[in-house]
Every structure is written in structure tokens, then in C-alpha cells.
Design a protein around this ligand. Structure first.
Ligand code: HEM
Length: 197
């Protein structure tokens, strides 16, 4: 399906800022995460398994956010009113992120969009893409890191649904974990002082 219909999804567009992080930096970061070419192949396998389940996965993740007032606050006005349009627009991009994570090549265009997603969680761009009203202007770093746990652990049941062997499920699960950590790490660039990332 075309990504042109996803509001605010600007992957590969000219207005996406260029990441200061380059492909040779990425290669070394991948080594640090034990992320190899085999993981790319298991992510492709995971993509096939997850594709028909994307909405069900988002139901779990959005349910998790909705169940925690300190998280849903980031999709709400400062008075605490939830912004349904903001939630819906971000949900469509989140669905595409599952596809991108499992299907895209992690090239410079991909790196640039990771910078963009980092900025969108940070004061520099949070709320801008969706013109969201009055919501907090940053997702705190501690929740960015903490959210790795639910985004990782909850995927296991969905990976099991594809009829693959338990060994393959474990490999897909490990590849997913590495990919999530890789993404969140890159997204934290705007949170670091110059020279600290
Ligand atoms: C946006 C994933 C942590 C709240 C997004 C998007 C993705 C995503 C894929 C859409 C990116 C795009 O615009 O194309 C993740 C992952 C996280 C994480 C994988 C950590 C593992 C959090 C946390 C919160 C949060 C802890 C707090 C509730 C938001 C909000 C937006 C957003 C409010 C919209 C930002 C904007 O205004 O553009 N996230 N996120 N995220 N996320 Fe996260």
C-alpha cells in the first residue's frame, strides 16, 4: 500500500533533516548491538509474520499507553483531555514503522528518518507534524528507554502466530529486540549535548 496517504509520514522527503550520523557510524553501532546480516533476514521473516497482525499489535501498544495516565498524558492537552486525532495520526505512522523496521534497508535515507523520529519525540518537533494542541513538548528520555521493554516483550506472541519453529521465533525475537534498541538509540541523538552521542 502507498505510504503517501499516511498523514505526516515524510520518509525520504526532502524536508527530512539529514542525520549527522553516517553509514560507517551505523556499521559500528550495529556491531555493538550484535546486529548482523542474519538479523536482517530474521527481520524480513518477522515482517511477513507481523504484517497481517499490525492492527492487533497496535491495539496492544495503544492499550498499554491508554492504561497508564503518565503515558497517555503525552497525547493529551495540558488540561488532560486526550487528543483523538493526534492518537489516530500517530497510530498510522506507528503501523508503517513496523513495516519499515522489518522491510526497509537501513541506508542513509532510513538514518535521516530516524533523526526525524527522534526530533518528533523531542522538544524540537513534538506536536509539530500533527499541529497537536497544548500537549507536553517532549517525551522524557527515561520513558523512551523504558518503552523498549513493552515494545519488545509483547511482540513474542505475535511472532509465534506465523507457524515457524520455536528456534526461528527466538531468532526473530532477538532480531526485533536489536532493531528496537537500534532505533531508540538513534532517536536519542537530540537528547544528547553536542559531542555526547
Ligand atoms: C511518535 C515509536 C516511545 C509517544 C512515534 C512514532 C513511532 C513511535 C514509530 C511515529 C514516528 C513518525 O512520525 O513517523 C516509539 C517507540 C518507542 C516510543 C518504538 C520506544 C521504544 C514513546 C513513549 C511515548 C511516545 C514512551 C510516551 C507516551 C509518542 C508521541 C508521538 C510518537 C506523542 C507523536 C510525536 C509527534 O508529535 O510527532 N513513536 N515511541 N513514544 N510517540 Fe513514540
Amino acid at each position: 500500500p502507498s505510504t503517501a496517504s499516511i498523514p505526516g509520514y515524510t520518509y525520504g522527503n526532502a524536508e527530512v533533516a539529514e542525520s549527522p550520523f553516517r553509514l560507517d557510524d551505523l556499521a559500528i553501532l550495529k556491531q555493538t548491538l550484535l546486529f548482523t546480516e542474519a538479523d536482517v533476514q530474521y527481520l524480513r521473516m518477522a515482517g511477513t509474520v507481523l504484517e497481517p497482525q499490525v492492527e492487533a499489535i497496535l491495539d496492544v501498544w495503544y492499550g498499554f499507553v491508554a492504561a497508564h495516565p503518565h503515558l497517555v498524558a503525552y497525547f493529551s492537552t495540558t488540561q488532560g483531555a486526550v487528543l483523538p486525532d493526534y492518537l489516530a495520526r500517530v497510530r498510522a505512522r506507528f503501523a508503517q514503522w513496523i513495516r519499515d523496521t522489518t522491510q526497509r534497508e537501513y541506508d542513509q535515507t532510513w538514518l535521516n528518518y530516524q533523526m526525524e523520529i527522534g526530533l518528533r519525540h523531542h522538544t524540537e518537533k513534538k506536536n509539530h507534524t500533527d499541529a497537536a494542541a497544548g500537549a507536553p513538548t517532549i517525551i522524557p528520555l527515561r520513558y523512551m528507554v523504558g518503552f523498549i521493554v513493552p515494545i519488545t516483550l509483547t511482540i513474542k506472541e505475535f511472532l509465534k502466530a506465523g507457524g515457524h519453529s520455536s528456534a526461528e521465533v527466538e531468532q526473530m525475537y532477538a532480531a526485533w529486540f536489536k532493531a528496537v534498541v537500534l532505533h531508540v538509540t538513534l532517536w536519542l541523538q537530540p537528547y544528547a549535548q553536542p559531542g555526547e552521542f
